[in-house]
Design a protein around this ligand. Structure first.
Ligand code: ATP
Ligand code: MG
Length: 630
């Protein structure tokens, strides 16, 4: 059953209802799920502690809602279409029935290894269907999964194993990524010199040599052999933990964000259907890794709860060539395509040639997530990928929010480049100034908070509830603070400006770093830029810009002046960067976010103690940036 909205007036009506009668609203949505026992109370909440409970006393299993609830109607429909790294390797398709049987078999394996309800299990696996099987098998038996991106180092992995005191690690021998074969099990082995677990289960993907420790390490295929394809799902409480996911760490040490069962289930399905306007039979593709929240909510849980076909891609956008994404779209006739601005910009740099020649006419909806999408990238995506006919859903949300908070509903909400537009039903946004005073009306700018609970919100940070309180609920009394700056324009549309720490105050003028970056990026030779503030004697804060560019035959001085002129023209002289450093690369997290805290330190003249950089893609770039400091 679908709770899809179809018109703008329908959305506006539902939104009003969700605010005036939130409990009735969410009870109605939740009623279309399969509950072993219905809840006794829809919502209990206290943002001071914080303590939030949705669907109190409700009993359910999220996998019964993916499988048993819809097996009659969906058994033979594809649940997961898997596209391997190498286009010459044959892919796989798992129907709902096949996925269900795999999940049950692996759930039985986990139980046979003594894993029980409440135990933590680390999943450190490549993008293969078994990674989704692993997550769902944990959920089936009530174990709490914590997926760690399979590109993280042994020490980052060990930290997470220790932080959640995991009982088992599910992994693979290796991982194909582009033209590389990456060792995965070897990294697990190294991490287990520091941390320890009882069981390691290894899925054979690359066939590369690995060492197996007797009594601890087992092959996936050997354990599932002969297991029953039935498994009685564990009955969970609405508020039992479903998973722990560590944030990307772009603002500090990663936090173990905890999501629980009932509310997360209700919100991910509802938001998936509405944002992407998924229709039965559509092929939906989200390019995220399952190691990020986007992969959890919008590759696995949301789509599968909605009975959708979710495409899963093992590889990278540029292998064997930068047309790979578009080749996959053509091959599988993808209808909804969801990716990140960092990928769009990377592909944009190759021009339109790799796009041409592929039939992208199946596309109906394009999505963006992870950071503000700059206008140039928005237009490129819209024109060259969507051919001007696909709405772009710029979805703003966080690991902590569990699901999309602000986004157009595809084809329903009129879009505006670089605007995430309007909140989803049930999401009560609030813009506050530095003192926590709510800024009402339109044409305002400040800090983005959410003043009322929503079902998929963070419940705690694992093992340290006070960190959750301090980070999200103590800055502004009675509100969840997102950490992001936002502008509500004269139409009431929301535009995310980036982290509040990234809002720069130059001589009393507040500017989002994204705004300045957009202007810099308008210079034709600029590939990418990152802007931070630094203490300035006269202006309070000065603007320091790190810019990656194609130098052509300009001198650095010429280029720097041209960039300053560009910014002056677009925003005004006030936004002209005080310092511009041409850099070979930017410090990005594995999920593609710029780690600005490092750039801020360098701009301030600090060159050591960079904090936790374990989630950086290429730590070497930090040294290069320090050396070229202005
Ligand atoms: P940490 O909290 O450890 O610093 P992180 O915030 O980078 O890590 P995520 O939860 O993956 O980890 O990222 C959420 C953040 O990404 C948001 O707070 C916002 O700054 C940014 N973001 C996500 N989507 C969008 C979007 N559509 N537009 C603008 N910003 C976005
Ligand atoms: Mg964050």
């Amino acid at each position: 059953m679908s709770d899809r909205l179809h018109t703008l007036s329908g959305y506006l009506y539902e939104y009003q209802k969700s605010v005036s009668q939130p409990e009735e609203f969410w009870a109605r949505i939740a009623d279309s799920f399969f509950w072993r026992k219905r809840w006794s109370k829809v919502l209990d909440w206290n943002f001071e502690k914080p303590d939030v409970k949705w669907f109190t006393d409700g009993k359910l299993n999220i996998t019964e809602n993916i499988f048993e609830r819809q097996l009659f109607t969906h058994a033979d429909q594809p649940a997961i279409i898997w596209e391997p790294n190498d286009p010459d390797e044959t892919g796989r398709t798992l129907t709902y029935r096949e996925l269900y049987e795999e999940v049950c078999r692996f759930a039985n394996v986990l139980k046979s290894k003594g894993i029980q309800k409440g135990d933590r299990v680390i999943i450190y696996m490549p993008m293969v269907p078994e990674a989704a099987v692993a997550m769902l098998a944990c959920a089936r038996i009530g174990a709490i999964h914590s997926v760690v991106f399979a590109g993280f180092s042994a020490s980052a992995l060990a930290d997470r194993i220790q932080d959640c005191k995991a009982k088992a690690v599910l992994t693979s021998d290796g991982n194909f990524r582009g033209n590389k074969k990456i060792p995965v099990k070897a990294v697990v082995d190294e991490s287990l010199n520091k941390a320890s677990v009882e069981t390691v289960i290894v899925y054979k993907r690359t066939g590369q040599e690995v060492t197996m420790k007797e009594g601890r390490d087992y092959w996936w295929h050997e354990l599932v052999e002969g297991q029953s394809t039935k498994n009685q799902a564990e009955v969970m409480d609405s508020e039992d933990m479903l998973f722990i996911l560590y944030t990307s760490g772009s603002t500090g040490k990663p936090k173990g964000v905890v999501h629980t069962t009932g509310g997360y289930m209700v919100y991910t399905k509802y938001s998936f259907e509405n944002v992407f306007q998924y229709s039965p039979g559509d092929i939906y593709w989200c390019t995220a890794d399952i190691g990020w929240i986007t992969g959890h909510s919008y590759i696995v849980y949301g789509p599968l709860l909605a009975g959708a076909t979710s495409l899963m891609f093992e590889g990278v956008p540029t292998y064997p060539n930068p047309g790979r994404f578009w080749q996959i779209v053509e091959k599988h006739k993808v209808n909804q395509f969801y990716t990140a601005p960092t990928a769009i910009r990377a592909l944009q740099a190759f021009g339109t040639e790799p796009v041409e020649g592929y039939d992208l006419s199946s596309l109906k909806v394009l999505g963006s997530v992870g950071e503000p999408i700059n206008e140039e990238a928005w237009h490129w995506y819209h024109t060259h990928i969507g051919k001007g006919k696909c709405p772009i859903v710029d979805t703003w949300w966080q690991t902590e929010t569990g699901g999309i908070m602000v986004s157009p509903l595809a084809g329903i909400t009129p879009t505006k480049p670089a605007y995430a537009t309007l909140p989803l039903p049930g999401i009560q946004l609030c813009i506050v100034d530095a003192d926590g005073k709510e800024l009402t009306g339109n044409g305002v700018e400040g800090n983005l908070c959410i003043k009322f609970p929503w079902p998929s919100m963070i419940r705690t940070t694992y093992g340290d509830h006070d960190r959750c309180r301090k980070t999200y609920f103590s800055t502004y009394k009675g509100m969840y603070f997102t950490g992001d700056g936002v502008k509500r324009d004269h139409d009431g549309y929301y535009r995310i400006l980036g982290r509040v720490d990234d809002v720069i105050n130059v001589s009393g003028h507040r500017m989002g770093t994204a705004e300045v970056e957009n202007a810099i990026n308008e210079h034709p030779l600029v590939i990418e830029s990152a802007v931070v503030g630094y203490p300035h004697e006269v202006k309070g804060q000065g603007i320091y810009a790190y810019v990656i560019c194609d130098m052509k035959n300009r001198t650095e001085e010429n280029l720097v002046n041209e960039i300053k002129d560009t910014v002056s023209k677009i925003i005004g002289p006030i936004a002209k960067p005080d310092k511009i450093q041409i850099v070979p690369g930017l410090p990005k997290t594995r999920s593609g976010k710029i780690m600005r805290r490092i750039l801020r330190k360098v701009a301030e003249g600090i060159t050591e103690n960079m904090g936790d950089t374990s989630t950086l893609l290429d730590p070497e770039v930090v040294n290069q940036i320090i050396q070229g400091r202005k």
